[in-house]
Design a protein around this ligand. Structure first.
Ligand SMILES: Cc1cc2nc3c(=O)[nH]c(=O)nc-3n(C[C@H](O)[C@H](O)[C@H](O)COP(=O)(O)OP(=O)(O)OC[C@H]3O[C@@H](n4cnc5c(N)ncnc54)[C@H](O)[C@@H]3O)c2cc1C
Length: 465
């Protein structure tokens, strides 16, 4: 099996979204097509797209694993862009920038760097922005952030220069516009159920946040990305209020709903609470019924999230323009891959793909694709334009004589009678085989039931299950 990095620099025609050939470089040639809003605007009005969020791992091993996973996910799932979180107060500054560099420059994925401003002095903000610019990153999610947690607080204290230059996210948006003009496409956060600010429990509402969201857009924000939610009615109200706002500011602005796949019962409960996201009874009832079985929780979670995507698509069809979704992946791929496939969010490759392109050669070993197999069953030929649009690169079969577009289990690195006994369409995205075996590592660390106080990162903070 040949595994090869399909970098858009080398194969610009096979990537799903128009990507200009003037790409990023340290010498300062930048492509406008790396701006998220330009990429969205270039999509057909009835298209859907999605983005994936990752946080920087703490260890070298974690980074190595994530690199392989990112490469695999970017090629198989084809997000419009990915985002990299920023630790509160700059606690992950260098690791966030390293991960963003890996994504933008090494893997060629349009990258959006989260940047918080509270507890960050001007020098730190400047360092981050100029490093991002140098790396060719054209997108910043401008956030206020929160107090850093204990483990980082002492180190960060020393960096503070006593100036409170940045209090709210709007201060960062203004700063970026003032010092970087239009170089960056700037996104801001919004909260369909109100921002969960512990200090203002009475003020957790969309109505409370709205004037400040207006301020952020007036200061120059280009798109909105939301807090995770499971209550579709709340999202419906949120989007309606924004679209119909008297200012007209939100009429056409991309509003990207944030969704978190359900990885475990505990993580769901914890993150929903932290995020002020209501869990409707219709959801908790289904999960309560299987809560003792981790695999079933994930499976039911995929059903739930796929249903949410469908409902949000219906809401979004009221407004012209492509329908976007942002997934908080927690650096895991399995659940999100299933949801994306179920919701048909994975984009087909452009019709310009030729069977002789390197991607096709690499993944289906050249030649036309007359038919392919799923679970041993012959399926009708997929259009060439959609070759590779499944979250896997080729069909894994349990025969020895694999055809052009098939791979034997051995070639795919599947242990005999091992991890993956059903040759299926999601083998790679399940983190199995040579491509993905190491990918289960994060999952183990994060979700192992015997590891119930393992840390996980969410929105720049480290939490414990
Ligand atoms: C999509 C997304 C990604 C995130 N990524 C990260 C991350 O990578 N790292 C991280 O640390 N955190 C992250 N967060 C969390 C975020 O930093 C926190 O939710 C933070 O508490 C608020 O940030 P904000 O940008 O929404 O702040 P703001 O827009 O400043 O709003 C914060 C709160 O203050 C209120 N407010 C705003 N302006 C004023 C004003 N002038 N006067 C009075 N009240 C005001 C708002 O209504 C809101 O309640 C993310 C959140 C989201 C939704």
């Amino acid at each position: 099996m040949r595994l090869q990095l399909t970098h858009p620099l080398f194969f610009p025609d096979i990537f799903p979204y128009p990507n200009s050939t003037a790409v990023t470089s340290l010498s300062g040639t930048f492509s406008n097509m790396d701006k998220i809003t330009d990429k969205i605007a270039a999509l057909p009005a009835d298209a859907s797209y999605f983005s994936l969020e990752f946080f920087p791992p703490k260890t070298t091993m974690g980074t190595t694993n994530l690199r392989a996973r990112l490469d695999r996910m970017s090629r198989a799932l084809r997000p419009l862009f990915i985002t990299v979180t920023w630790g509160a107060g700059g606690s992950t500054a260098s690791r966030s920038l390293e991960l963003a560099e890996l994504c933008q420059r090494d893997l060629g994925i349009t990258t959006c760097l989260h940047l918080t401003c509270t507890n960050m002095n001007k020098a730190l903000v400047d360092e981050a922005l100029s490093a991002a610019k140098e790396l060719g990153i054209r997108n910043i999610l401008a956030l206020r952030g929160d107090e850093p947690r204990g483990e980082y607080r002492d180190a960060l204290e020393q960096r503070k220069d006593g100036e409170d230059e940045f209090v709210w996210a709007v201060d960062l948006v203004r700063y970026i516009r003032k010092h970087y003009g239009d170089f960056f496409c700037v996104g801001v956060a919004a909260y369909p159920e109100g921002h969960a600010d512990g200090s203002h429990p009475a003020e957790q509402s969309l109505e409370h946040d709205l004037p400040y969201l207006v301020e952020k857009v007036q200061a120059g924000a280009d798109f909105i990305m939301t807090q995770l939610f499971y209550d579709v009615e709340a999202y419906d109200k949120f989007e309606r209020v924004l679209r119909e706002h008297e200012s007209g500011l939100f009429k056409k602005m991309p509003i990207i709903p944030g969704l978190m796949p359900i990885q475990s019962y505990q993580i769901l409960k914890r993150t929903a609470k932290l995020s002020n996201a209501r869990l409707p009874e219709s959801i908790t009832d289904r999960l309560d019924a299987v809560r003792g079985d981790d695999e079933m929780v994930k499976k039911v979670g995929v059903d739930i999230l796929s249903e949410i995507v469908e409902s949000v698509k219906a809401i979004k069809s009221r407004t012209p323009g492509a329908k976007g979704f942002h997934f908080y992946t927690l650096n895991l791929e399995k659940a999100v891959a299933f949801i994306l496939e179920r919701s048909t969010l994975i984009p087909a490759l452009t019709p310009t793909v030729s069977a002789s392109s390197s991607f096709a050669i690499d993944d289906i070993r050249g030649g036309a694709v007359p038919e392919f197999l799923i679970n041993g069953e012959k399926k009708k030929t997929r259009r060439q334009s959609s070759v590779g649009s499944d979250p896997h690169n080729f069909v894994i079969v349990d025969r020895e004589d694999a055809e052009n577009f098939e791979a034997t289990a051995a070639e795919a690195g599947i242990i005999k009678d091992g991890v993956n006994t059903r040759a299926n369409t999601l083998a790679i995205s399940e983190g199995e085989g040579t491509l993905g075996r190491e990918a289960t590592w994060d999952e183990y660390v994060l979700l192992s039931p015997s590891n119930c106080s393992t840390p996980f990162a969410f929105q720049g903070q480290t939490f414990f299950q």
